[in-house]
Ligand binder design. Structure first.
Ligand code: AHR
Length: 646
């Protein structure tokens, strides 16, 4: 029986409850939602030996390697240097008797932002013996028959004749091509073409083919599908952008995450390097171990927010880098450039067209303000020093933009009242919550316990990502229950976003992600559909409800794999399980002792207890199957709890 009292109402559920969080992690942007098909288009990505001095004097940190994931669990993480080779994604090939030099960069840059270009010497070539410069795309180029692809590249050098751009299938079939006439360009010249594909291959490659001797410099080679989300030039991949749009997010947080912090303060992203002509944008090294060309930049992000009716939530660096790696920071008395950068970013998004940055926004094609409503001051910083820093940014922002909501980062873990009280005023405190399977069921009262203060809560990153493989039904149930606990506390928790949002399955930096894709396919995990369902059917208001589940009543059931109810403590672990089929006990005993005969091979067992040392979960799929005497039998299981724990 569910007794609902419509006159006894509680908190309303904020319409802003569900947003999304984009980060440049796992190639979510570069080789992900950003539709560019050429990897390393400016020749800036390279395998960097530790200690190398890069642009801006930033020394590539010697002892701060990249996290990578060899399996699908957090325990599979290992630290390593990414080995991209000297020219990730690029190779050369001589056909027949042609001769072409190895790849090498030159100090002959197209511009400051793209300091490396490719120098190619073709010492021998003719119509039958051609020399190829090849790009493999982001683990293949998805070429679809009858689609058009926009090509741009910059070239100069001692070469007079044709250069052919080809899309080539894995079996060597030419899927489409276009030709440029090159004329001994002393200065850099931009070549533009359109390739119409005749056939499909999702793992094609891009080839620039030379058919005569010469020396050329090549830079910024870009290939875009003509079809992008909302047909924006320099736009987004349709399927991925649509997945996000279908979630109907109230806001989009961008661009991270740890990405915002940078491995060092010098390598942290700078929004100003992400606007304007794409070939003039500096690239940024993501702490997740690869370069982004910043093609999906601040303007494109704001445009996307507008296109899908979401508010923008911009996270900026508070002068602190990803401290669990190398941890560099700007001292408090050197914060002015960071403050100015944040103010300028706000000005670019919403300033009037006669302001410095508003004018540039208009020049970039968008005179109207973008829907920027929130800014977050740093990512995952916390503590009294952060509080001081927050106040400095807060004062500067609110003085100029009183209507912009400021978000204080809280780090991973619960909102810390102690720190918050030292802050001037916090519109939202951002709690990050990566939890294990069953956590939300055991901690449904988590938000009930928070003191109501002068701030609201934004759960800026949440996910069930332990004990659930790469994500499964149990994770989705846990996420859904977590969302219900936020709804229940609608007076406090007004925003949330799952993280991470996107993963290219060829470069997995984080164990559980919402939308999985490679260069041609994509799918959303069950948690995506849980969030979508919760958002589309979002409760308006809490009402008092009393639930009587009849007899027998298990007052506080713990959770076991979504299929039955069981609980136990360490001493009786595995002993109190009874499996009943059609009213008959088919299995009852010490699980471990019976392992020879009975084995739960694909089930999930969540051991729940208020004592966290007792919590453990076996990984697997959702279905229970039992291995009995080496042959599989599938049972519907009822797990009878013999011991209850509050
Ligand atoms: O979502 C992945 C990472 O988790 C984010 O970069 C960081 O903010 C958090 O620790």
């Amino acid at each position: 029986t569910v007794r609902v009292s419509l006159s006894d109402t509680g908190a309303i559920v904020a319409p802003t409850l569900h947003g999304v969080f984009f980060e440049e992690i796992s190639h979510g942007g570069e080789g992900g939602i950003y539709a560019e098909l050429i990897q390393n288009r400016g020749f800036e990505e390279a395998n960097i030996p530790p200690g190398t001095t890069l642009k801006d004097g930033f020394i590539f940190p010697p002892a701060t390697p990249h996290f990578s994931l060899s399996g699908n669990a957090v325990s599979d993480w290992k630290m390593e240097w990414p080995n991209h080779g000297e020219f990730p994604a690029w190779t050369v090939h001589a056909n027949g008797n042609a001769a072409i030099s190895e790849l090498r960069t030159s100090n002959n840059p197209l511009n400051d932002a793209t300091p490396h270009s490719l120098q190619i010497e073709i010492s021998k070539a003719d119509a039958a013996n051609t020399a190829d410069v090849i790009n493999e795309g982001f683990w293949g180029i998805n070429v679809q028959a009858n689609e058009n692809y926009n090509l741009n590249f910059f070239l100069r050098g001692n070469y007079k004749g044709q250069v052919k751009a080809l899309l080539v299938a894995q079996d060597g079939t030419i899927l489409g091509s276009c030709t440029s006439q090159v004329n001994n360009d002393v200065k850099w010249r931009k070549y533009v073409g359109v390739i119409k594909a005749q056939k499909t291959d999702t793992k094609a490659k891009f080839v620039l083919r030379f058919d005569r001797p010469g020396t050329v410099w090549l830079d910024f080679v870009s290939l875009f599908p003509q079809k992008t989300f909302h047909n924006r030039p320099n736009g987004l991949r349709q399927d991925l952008a649509q997945y996000i749009a279908d979630l109907k997010p109230a806001f989009i947080r961008w661009p991270g995450g740890c990405f915002v912090e940078g491995i060092t303060i010098q390598s942290a992203p700078d929004w100003k390097a992400t606007i304007g002509p794409v070939e003039k944008r500096h690239s940024t090294y993501s702490p997740w171990g690869y370069w982004t060309s910043n093609g999906f930049g601040y303007h494109e992000y704001l445009q996307y927010c507008e296109d899908i009716g979401a508010a923008a939530l911009y996270v900026f660096n508070a002068g602190v880098s990803c401290d669990f790696r190398s941890g560099t920071f700007a001292p408090d008395d050197s914060l002015q450039p960071y403050i100015q950068s944040a103010l300028d970013a706000i000005d670019y998004a919403i300033g009037p067209v006669n302001s410095k940055w508003g004018k540039l926004r208009a020049a970039n094609g968008h005179p109207k303000p973008f829907p920027l409503q929130y800014v977050e001051i740093g990512n995952e910083q916390n503590g009294p020093r952060y509080a001081e820093r927050y106040n400095i940014f807060y004062d500067a922002i609110k003085a100029k933009y009183p209507n912009i909501k400021t978000i204080a980062s809280m780090g991973i873990g619960d909102v810390n009242d102690f720190t918050l009280k030292k802050m001037r005023r916090v519109d939202f405190a951002d709690e990050h919550a990566y939890k294990s399977a069953g956590w939300a069921m055991r901690n449904f009262e988590h938000f009930d316990k928070y003191k109501r203060g002068a701030w609201d809560i934004y759960v800026g990153e949440y996910a069930t990502n332990a004990g659930v493989g790469a994500g499964n039904m149990e994770a989705a149930l846990n996420d859904a229950v977590y969302i219900m606990s936020m709804e229940k506390n609608g007076d406090l928790v007004k925003m949330s976003s799952y993280a991470p949002l996107l993963v290219n399955t060829n470069d997995i930096d984080w164990p559980v992600n919402l939308i999985n894709f490679d260069n041609a396919q994509s799918f959303a995990r069950i948690s995506y559909y849980a969030i979508k369902m919760m958002n589309e059917n979002r409760a308006g208001i809490n009402v008092k409800a009393v639930v009587n589940i009849g007899s027998p009543v298990i007052k506080k059931p713990a959770f076991a794999g979504g299929i039955g109810l069981a609980t136990w403590d360490t001493k009786t672990a595995y002993k109190d399980i009874e499996v009943i089929q059609n009213g008959k006990t088919i299995f009852k005993s010490d699980f471990i002792n019976d392992l020879n005969n009975w084995q739960f091979v694909r089930g999930q067992w969540g051991v729940n207890s208020s004592d966290s040392s007792l919590q453990q979960t076996a990984e697997g799929a959702q279905q229970f199957e039992m291995l009995k005497n080496k042959s599989f039998e599938t049972y519907t299981l009822q797990l009878k709890a013999k011991k209850l724990e509050g």
